[in-house]
Write a protein that binds this ligand. Structure first.
Ligand code: SF4
Ligand code: SF4
Length: 162
């Protein structure tokens, strides 16, 4: 439960999930922000108007999935590391998941890592597709994961061959 361990419930996740049809179209932001804290920079980072203007800073972000093209700007700008990009159109077998990363050393492109779920549990293996450093402290890590894990994998752990 979110209040106890910071892990959103299935109901929380269902409340923000794009439709299967939208997911199948390609990259889209998944905003896993469920606590009404005073924070709203994701609105300013989105240049496509996909995130609605906040009426109050404690509002939870509302996204128009049809306007979002998965550009990742909001991932860079979110101080809560709460936004991910999921691209289920990457290939038939593998999806691309982009996550914010603020640790060092950075992984290598092509490296196989352990794919972790929101609880930090290993759920499979992932390949690091891209490591994109930004002008902010957040690095974008693109992972390739099995399609069935696209909405599960939200972190990774480096280790020998994942
Ligand atoms: S991924 Fe890009 S288009 Fe989509 S909400 Fe974030 S900033 Fe806007
Ligand atoms: S910037 Fe991140 S933490 Fe802040 S409201 Fe937006 S999604 Fe939530």
């Amino acid at each position: 439960m979110l209040e106890k361990d910071g892990v959103p419930t299935q109901d929380d996740l269902a409340s923000i999930a794009p439709s299967e049809e939208r997911l199948a179209k390609g990259p889209v932001a998944i905003i896993e922000c469920f606590q009404p804290i005073p924070c709203d920079p994701c609105y300013d980072w989105c240049k496509r108007g996909a995130i609605e203007k906040f009426r109050d800073p404690t509002d939870l972000p509302q996204i128009d999935y049809e306007r979002c093209n998965g550009c990742s700007l909001c991932v860079i700008g979110c101080p809560g590391l709460a936004i991910f990009i999921v691209d289920q159109a990457y290939s038939e077998k593998r999806a691309r998941v982009v996550l914010p990363y603020e640790f060092l050393p950075l992984p290598e492109e092509g490296e196989v890592v352990e794919a972790l779920n929101r609880k930090g549990e290993k759920v499979g293996r992932a390949e690091v597709l891209k490591v994109q450093q930004t002008k902010q402290k957040t690095t974008l890590i693109s992972l390739l994961v099995p399609q069935k894990l696209a909405m599960e994998v939200r972190f990774f752990r480096r280790g020998e061959n994942g």
